[in-house]
Design a binder for this molecule. Structure first.
Ligand code: NAG
Ligand code: NAG
Ligand code: NAG
Length: 345
């Protein structure tokens, strides 16, 4: 696209045939290096208007699609009640949307059995913003990203990486974390859909660059990054070293407030001790109770629940109110953050 646009721009000038050809060649050589093409890339951006009172509220759930089993339906029911109480604007899914191997194609019945026919409460008939998890990569990732699914259920929106803007309140940066994790590349037991990812090094480098650019441009009060894999976790999988290395430095450099993830099938809140970042795990949408919690710095660890549940957030420009709920909708943990508003605004 970049190549043809530039070539067309060049062709728009009155030139001789020879110099035209020359220009096209120069442009082609210029653009063929992926490095240069990537500098034109930008993460796709969506807008979600806040409520009239200047707040947004939403639920966060992860690791869910099991056709209602493993208490997925019970969690869905409670999400419906809490969603109504908070008058939520949207739902965020932290990935592993369809177990065990993602979707086979756009007509895979799992889409209806694990999503459409499970999250049926009125309050959940809102836009869902989703990322892919490692289990989704074991299926047809293009199917999960396909607009065809939006025809079956208009709530569905899943992309590899994208930005969601809620006016001047918050920017949400959704990041495709699975390609970062080396162990999937060398995993011989499962097949992964790496079609859109290779060459992997370029994919990751471009993604990190695009994310950094987007974070730098963001002027919203709250910067929230979402990925499937944890940066910090005391759960089964623990920290993800690749994300600690590639993502965390830019999150810190750009004053990100929260990082939200799934992957570990638990609810968890860890406060960074050397930055403002709150690490929030909501990966308890169905199967849980793994029972192997790691020792963790007790000053950083604010809350850990090994069972099912989900999380809600209510954000205004000045305040963030975070709540974790269990499978019966009981409040397990709350956390409030506030920001100084500049007097001029
Ligand atoms: C589902 O939740 C109930 C509590 O309502 C709990 O007793 C049960 O063990 C949970 N089942 C699974 C599979 O986690
Ligand atoms: C969200 O916060 C705003 C501002 O504090 C408040 O007016 C609103 O009632 C809150 N919404 C919920 C659902 O708690
Ligand atoms: C956060 O604010 C809410 C509403 O004002 C309050 O009910 C809750 O106790 C607060 N939580 C903490 C940890 O301060």
């Amino acid at each position: 696209m970049v190549v043809s646009n530039l070539a067309m721009a060049c062709l728009g000038y009155e030139t001789t045939r020879a110099s035209r050809l020359h220009l096209v060649l120069v442009v082609l050589v210029f653009c063929i290096s992926s490095e240069i093409i990537s500098s034109f890339a930008e993460l796709q951006k969506f807008e979600h208007a806040p409520k009239d009172d200047g707040s947004i509220s939403f639920l966060v759930v992860g690791d869910w699609g099991r056709r209602g089993f493993y208490n997925q339906s019970k969690v869905a029911l409670q999400m419906g009640w809490i969603g109504e109480k908070l008058d939520i604007d949207f739902v965020i899914s932290t990935g592993d949307n369809f177990y065990g191997d993602g979707l086979k194609g756009v007509s895979d019945p799992a889409f209806e059995d694990s999503f459409k026919n499970i999250y049926t409460a009125k309050s959940l008939q809102k836009q869902w913003y989703s990322v892919l998890g490692n289990h989704d990569y074991r299926g047809n990732t293009e199917a999960q990203l396909s607009p065809v699914l939006r025809k079956i259920d208009s709530r569905w929106l899943c992309l590899r990486s994208f930005i969601l803007n809620a006016a001047d309140i918050a920017d949400f940066f959704f990041v495709d974390t699975t390609p970062f994790v080396t162990k999937y590349i060398t995993d011989e037991k499962h097949l992964y859909d790496w079609r859109a990812i290779s060459p992997r090094g370029t994919y990751i480098a471009n993604l990190v660059k695009d994310l950094e650019e987007a974070l730098r441009k963001s002027s919203a009060k709250w910067k929230i990054v979402i990925g499937h894999h944890a940066i910090r976790s005391a759960g089964h999988h623990g920290d993800t070293p690749e994300l600690v290395r590639h993502l965390l430095p830019i999150l810190k450099a750009h004053n990100v407030d929260m990082y939200m993830n799934g992957h570990d099938h638990c609810l968890q809140h860890i406060s960074s001790l050397d930055s403002p970042i709150q690490y929030l795990t909501s990966g308890a949408g169905s199967k849980a109770w793994r029972g192997d919690i790691k020792r963790y710095n007790s000053q950083a660890m604010k809350f850990f629940h090994d069972g099912q549940g989900f999380m809600s957030l209510n954000l205004t420009r000045s305040d963030a109110h975070i709540v974790f709920y269990d499978v019966l909708g009981r409040v397990l943990h709350t956390w409030n953050l506030s920001k100084q508003l500049h007097s001029a605004v």
